[in-house]
Design a protein around this ligand. Structure first.
Ligand SMILES: [Zn+2]
Length: 328
């Protein structure tokens, strides 16, 4: 019997609601871990702004629902920070990518999760098209690091998504995630990242389109890499500068805004080197607060651009004012 799709969706929604209150400690709203059953649609997820002579477009790859208190150090402090911010866990963590159009080149920073993280992510390509670009327009891809939600969107079904792009990454990350010896030494639980790295990065290696750099490097006029080692051995931010305006795209410095600005010592299970990641976070937050450059974060709530403010204890996040004015 043919059942209209809207009826199926209504039935699914009701069952989610029925399982909601009391389910795994969820609040009165439906469990967001089940939010894939909902119709997850927004207006196209892109946000443009000018940075000097460059045009920057933040591209949403979607969101990843996570109970971050279960995967971070100091879980009680994380729960309290979210409660104090009136945020129920699990929370949908934004997955943001950034396109820098310099006028000469179109440079994409990170690629989202592709097909690795389920149906709430993998929306980079459609949002790129909605913003007026084609996949073939991308000349270069700068990976902050190799992790499923940053490099996962490079390939779908083993095929390169960006046919004309050269992928740039600090040599320390492929030296880990594409290494058979490192994979053999890794605990079984950590093998997923190795497998996903091969799945999505290998097609660019095979095509001769993976280029590595060594730490702080001027990659293009106005664009240089900034080592932010710790979360992974080769994580870099990218410092974008045009006509005196400055933006640091910092990758995974922050996963949970509500907790980690206040206490940069809170780490996440995905950190390869937790102490190194925490030290790097302290340092770059202090730099951003002191020097006042703009920041763009992969997991700051979309569009994830703004400034860091120093507080008596720790830091706070100041989202950039929303603007519809864009100089042509
Ligand atoms: Zn990461």
């Amino acid at each position: 019997m043919h059942i209209p799709r809207f009826l199926l969706l209504a039935t699914a929604s009701l069952s989610v609601l029925a399982a909601g209150p009391g389910h795994a400690g969820a609040a009165s709203s439906p469990d967001k871990a089940d939010s894939t059953r909902w119709v997850a649609r927004q207006a196209p997820g892109f946000y443009r702004f000018a940075l000097g002579a460059f045009r920057v477009t933040v591209l949403s790859d979607g969101t990843a629902p996570r109970d971050v208190s279960a995967i971070m150090s100091k879980p009680q402090a994380v729960r309290e920070a979210f409660a104090a911010s009136h945020q129920a866990l699990p929370v949908e963590i934004s997955v943001n990518c950034f396109l820098i159009d310099t006028g000469q080149r179109r440079i994409l920073v990170d690629t989202g999760a592709g097909e690795l993280f389920g149906p709430l992510t993998g929306r980079l390509a459609e949002n790129l098209r909605a913003a007026g670009y084609d996949l073939g327009d991308i000349d270069d891809i700068l990976l902050t690091h190799i992790h499923g939600d940053h490099s996962g969107g490079l390939s779908i079904g083993g095929q390169r998504v960006f046919p004309n792009a050269v992928v740039h990454v600090d040599q320390r990350d492929p030296a880990l995630w594409l290494s058979a010896e490192a994979e053999a030494r890794a605990p079984a639980a950590a093998r997923t990242t190795f497998r996903q790295s091969h799945q999505t990065v290998d097609p660019y290696v095979a095509a001769g389109r993976l280029r590595t750099f060594d730490g702080a490097t001027q990659l293009f006029p106005g664009i240089r890499s900034v080592p932010l080692y710790g979360h992974t051995p080769g994580m870099n931010g990218y410092f974008i500068e045009s006509q005196g305006q400055r933006l640091l795209l910092w990758g995974d410095i922050i996963h949970a805004s509500e907790a980690q600005f206040r206490d940069p010592g809170i780490t996440i299970d995905y950190d390869v080197d937790r102490a190194g990641a925490a030290a790097t976070r302290h340092r770059i937050l202090a730099d951003a607060a002191r020097e006042g450059f703009m920041v763009g974060g992969a997991h700051l709530s979309f569009p994830g651009i703004g400034h860091v403010r120093a507080e008596q204890s720790g830091f706070s996040w100041v989202p950039a004012p929303y603007s519809v004015a864009l100089r042509e």
